[in-house]
Design a protein around this ligand. Structure first.
Ligand SMILES: Nc1ncnc2c1ncn2[C@@H]1O[C@H](COP(=O)(O)OP(=O)(O)OP(=O)(O)O)[C@@H](O)[C@H]1O
Length: 370
C-alpha cells in the first residue's frame, strides 16, 4: 500500500544533473616520510606519497593498517611524530607544526555521515559556509543539495532520511565550500551493496565535476578499483605499492599485493634454470635467482578445463554454480591441495570426470616466498 510506505522504503530520489557541482581549485597533497604513533605504537611508519591535483586516490588496506590515521593526519586531526605534510608546497604538518583542519581547505566525509540531528538538512549543508552571508550560503547549499537530488528535503531533519540519502547530504556538505582536497573515510560502508554501487558511482561523478583532489579510504579492493585513479595499498602502517588499478592487479609488487586483489591457486617450488617446475608445467620466474624458494600464483580464471589429452591431467572433485561462473575444484597429482578454477563457459564436466587443465600465462605470477 503506497500510502503506508515510510520514506526509507520508497525509491531513492534521482540525483541532480551531472556537471552542475561547483568547481574547486585542486591542491597537491604531499606526505614526506610521515610517522605517527598512538603512545609507543607506530601507526603510520615512514609514508611518502604525492597526491596530484584533481586525482582520486584510494587508500586501501586491511583493518588496522593505518588508513584512517593517515587520513586524519592529512586533515590536521592528528599530529605527525616526524616528517611533513604539505599542500601546494605549504607545510601544514611537521613535528612542531599542526595547522588546524579549518585552515587547510579540506572537506571531510565519514562513514557515519556525522550530520547534526537537531539541524535541518539545509542548515547541515550550510554549516561549513560561515564566511558567506546567510543568503549566499543558503543559495550555495541549495545548489549542492540539488546536485545530489535532495533539494526537496532541505527543511527535513536527518532522521527522516535513509542512510543513502544522509550520505548524499554529507557529500553536499563536503563539497559546498569548494574544498581543494576532499578526505573520505569508508564513505559507503554503511550502505547495502545495491545502494552502495549507485551512491559510489554518483559520488565519483560529483568528485570529478568538482575537480578536487580526493583521498578515499576503503578496505574493499573492488571499490578501490572502481573509483581510483591510483591506489595506495598499506600494510602495518607502511605503503606497500602505489599505482593505477591496472598496475596493482597486473604487476603486483609482492605476494601480499597479489593476494589482496585476486583469489589465487598457490603452488610452491624452487627456481631452477629461470623457472619453477609444477604439475601444470614449468612457470617462468623472471627476476628470481636459481635456488630461490618461490610461490607460483595462478588466478582462478586462468585455468581452463578440457577433455583429457591436451593439458595437465586432473580429476574434478566438485563443481559449484555461482551464476556468472562455475567454480571447479580439481585434484592434480603432485599437488597437496586441489586447484580451483572459475570457468565462464558452460562446461559439462561433473564430479569424478577426468579433465585436462591448461593455464593462461597472463594469469600467472611468480614471487619469492614470504
Ligand atoms: N585512538 C587510538 N588510540 C590508540 N590506538 C589507536 C587509535 N586509533 C587507532 N589505533 C591503532 O592504530 C592502528 C591504525 O589504526 P587505523 O584506524 O588508522 O587503521 P585503519 O586501517 O583505518 O583500520 P580500520 O579500517 O579498522 O579503521 C591500529 O593498530 C589501531 O588499533
Amino acid at each position: 500500500m503506497p500510502g503506508t510506505q515510510t520514506r526509507k522504503q520508497v525509491e531513492q530520489p534521482r540525483w541532480g544533473r551531472r556537471g552542475t557541482a561547483g568547481a574547486s581549485i585542486a591542491a597537491r597533497l604531499v606526505f614526506d616520510d610521515v610517522c605517527h604513533a598512538y603512545g609507543d605504537a607506530l601507526s603510520v611508519d615512514g609514508v611518502s606519497l604525492d597526491v596530484r591535483p584533481g586525482e582520486v586516490l584510494c587508500l586501501l588496506g586491511r583493518s588496522g593498517c593505518g588508513k584512517t590515521t593517515l587520513l586524519r593526519v592529512a586533515a590536521g586531526l592528528e599530529p605527525v611524530l616526524s616528517g611533513t605534510v604539505s599542500m601546494d608546497g605549504r607545510i601544514v604538518s611537521a613535528a612542531t607544526l599542526l595547522e588546524p583542519p579549518e585552515r587547510r581547505g579540506i572537506g571531510l566525509m565519514f562513514q557515519d555521515y556525522a550530520l547534526f540531528p537537531h539541524m535541518t538538512i539545509l542548515a547541515n549543508v550550510m554549516f561549513g559556509l560561515k564566511s558567506l552571508d546567510r543568503t549566499e550560503a543558503a543559495r550555495a547549499a541549495r545548489a549542492a543539495l540539488a546536485r545530489v537530488g535532495l533539494e526537496a528535503y532541505a527543511s527535513d531533519y536527518p532522521h527522516a532520511l535513509s542512510g543513502g540519502e544522509q550520505q548524499r547530504v554529507a557529500l553536499a556538505r563536503a563539497i559546498v565550500p569548494r574544498p581543494a582536497i576532499l578526505l573520505m573515510d569508508e564513505p559507503f560502508s554503511g550502505l547495502d551493496k545495491r545502494l552502495r554501487d549507485v551512491v559510489r558511482d554518483e559520488t565519483l561523478a560529483v568528485l570529478k565535476e568538482t575537480g578536487a583532489t580526493a583521498i578515499v579510504v576503503t578496505h574493499d579492493p573492488e571499490e578501490a578499483m572502481r573509483m581510483a585513479d591510483r591506489i595506495a595499498l598499506m600494510r602495518g602502517g607502511r605503503l606497500v605499492q602505489v599505482g593505477t588499478p591496472a598496475d596493482l592487479y597486473s604487476a603486483p609488487a609482492d605476494l601480499f599485493v597479489a593476494r589482496f586483489f585476486a583469489e589465487m591457486n598457490e603452488i610452491e617450488g624452487d627456481v631452477a634454470a629461470g623457472a619453477v617446475a609444477t604439475p601444470l608445467g614449468a612457470m617462468p620466474a623472471p627476476g628470481l635467482a636459481d635456488g630461490t624458494a618461490a610461490v607460483v600464483c595462478v588466478r582462478l580464471q586462468g585455468l581452463k578445463l578440457g577433455a583429457p589429452g591436451a593439458g595437465s591431467p586432473g580429476r574434478v572433485l566438485r563443481r559449484r554454480f555461482l551464476g556468472e561462473v562455475t567454480l571447479f575444484e580439481v585434484a592434480v597429482e603432485g599437488l597437496e591441495r586441489p586447484l580451483q578454477a572459475r570457468v565462464r563457459d558452460d562446461v559439462a564436466f561433473a564430479a569424478g570426470d577426468e579433465v585436462a587443465i591448461t593455464v593462461d600465462a597472463r594469469d600467472v605470477l611468480v614471487f619469492a616466498k614470504d
